[in-house]
Ligand binder design. Structure first.
Ligand code: UD1
Length: 421
């Protein structure tokens, strides 16, 4: 199994590019099921999660080819030949559960494995199922699979989520675009990923109003046509890179960075003592204090501070001046990086969903274990400024969400290499 070896060094400097957004791209790929015409996606990130969903879509009959250097994907849902998404595929990647809405919407039936729990929390899908039932699907749970059917098609309805669910909102939207009549989704996710999905569906002929607000209205249409659509830049990769100089010092330019995608992070980083400037190419980020200042952060649905940047922020706060409090409200088990950071000399007290991080003068390298995607990258970032060597094991998590991270970080001066075994 590969590991990543990081040696703590000096400040970072130079340009670092951002790839297309994984969480947007996965949902766009599922949307290909909705049309018998081709969907072409550009700015596709080259990640193992994209490969995993590609395998699932091919198993359903979607024709899928990567073009150019792997950043263009041509999909065709002309012949959906299979309606079953197997446990083996869905358990590897929770976003696979988002084939449910498009399959039922287009073909009237689907059998999709329930995803099960995952390292960061229970991550239930009950709200996805309630939304589909509201749209008129009949659901049965048998042997770990959801059997959904709507032989006469789905019907528009009012769906009100009790709290924000990104995957649930997106499953509801992709089910409703081909339903008869009007669907109103209340308390909808406002994430840029959801907006990206709606933009693509609109380009395919869907009638959607209110994307990016809490109320989304969908007027069902008879069919969707083909389209070409660019995946938005990955705000989590962007934020990860922006936080790197907060740990190491220096000045970097995140090429493709967009402030509107990471506004909540920018505000927190500015309070920490980071200077962020919009440039023609993206965002320039510079540490203007010797040691960043402690801050308090609560993770929230967009436009609040993203749960997917909490681990990286914690790594940056380990050496801050003062005590920071991080509150995680989205997932119940998302501090697994804390014990690993403690092995590197950090001072962190976790109590339920709250972590108190008392800044120390410096971290020390250590062998550490990656437990999930964002936890892995937080350990690499901590290693960038730690004294000595940090070996991050189980990096397959990392390849799910970061495209050649060791090459990108090396190019801005990090001492990092992959060790293949
Ligand atoms: C979540 C994050 C998203 C992030 C993604 C990948 C939020 C609101 N969502 O999206 O930003 O990019 O993980 O890490 O920040 N829930 C239920 N029942 C459901 C659906 C969800 O109880 O049917 C709960 C989940 O367990 C979780 C919360 O609602 O505690 C939000 O989940 P949801 O937004 O659906 O998760 P993802 O779509 O995976």
């Amino acid at each position: 199994m590969d590991s990543i070896l990081v040696k703590g060094g000096g400040p970072l400097s130079g340009q670092i590019p951002v790839a297309g957004a994984k969480n947007t791209c996965l949902k766009l790929m599922c949307a290909a099921i909705l049309s018998d015409e081709p969907l072409t996606l550009t700015n596709v990130p080259r990640l193992s999660d994209i490969g995993t969903l590609s395998d699932l879509l091919r198993s359903l009959g979607v024709e899928l080819n990567l073009l150019a250097d792997g950043t263009v994907m041509a999909l065709s849902g002309r012949d959906i030949t299979n309606h079953k998404a197997d446990y083996d595929m869905v358990r590897k990647l929770r976003a696979s559960f988002n084939v449910l809405g498009p399959l039922v919407g287009r073909t009237g039936h689907a059998i999709v494995s329930l995803p099960g729990g995952c390292a960061i929390g229970a991550r239930k899908v009950d709200l996805h199922l309630t939304a589909l039932e509201k749209l008129g699907a009949t659901l049965e749970l048998k042997e770990g699979y959801v059997h959904a059917s709507a032989p006469n098609g789905l019907k528009g309805a009012v769906i009100e989520f009790p709290f924000v669910t990104v995957g649930g909102t997106e499953n509801a939207i992709t089910a409703a675009v081909l339903a008869k009549g009007t669907t109103v989704i209340k308390n909808a996710a406002r994430e840029p990923d959801t907006v990206g999905l709606c933009d693509c569906l609109i380009a395919m002929g869907a009638k959607i109003d209110g994307a990016g607000t809490s109320t989304i209205t969908i007027e069902g249409v008879d069919r969707l046509h083909g389209a070409t659509h660019a995946v938005i830049p990955d705000r989590i990769e962007m934020g990860t890179f922006m936080l790197a100089p907060a740990i190491t010092g220096g000045e970097i330019e995140v090429v493709g960075g967009k402030r509107s995608l990471v506004e909540s992070l920018c505000q927190k980083m500015e309070t920490m003592g980071m200077d962020i400037t919009e440039t023609d190419a993206g965002l320039r980020v510079k540490r203007v204090v010797d040691r960043v200042r402690a801050i308090d952060v609560v993770t929230e649905p967009f436009p609040g501070f993203p749960t997917d940047l909490q681990a990286q922020l914690m790594a940056a706060l380990c050496t801050a001046d003062g005590t920071s409090v991080l509150e995680e409200t989205i997932f119940e088990n998302r501090f697994m990086h804390a014990p690993e950071l403690i092995r590197m000399g950090a001072q962190i007290d976790v109590d339920g969903g709250t972590a108190k991080v008392t800044g120390v003068q410096g971290l020390r390298g250590a062998p550490v274990m990656a437990t999930d995607l964002r936890a892995s990258v937080s350990l690499i970032m901590a290693g960038l400024a730690a004294e000595g060597e940090t070996q991050v094991n189980r990096v397959y998590h990392l390849d799910r969400g970061y495209e050649r991270i060791e090459d990108k970080l090396s190019a801005i001066g990090a001492n990092i290499q992959r060790i293949s075994e």
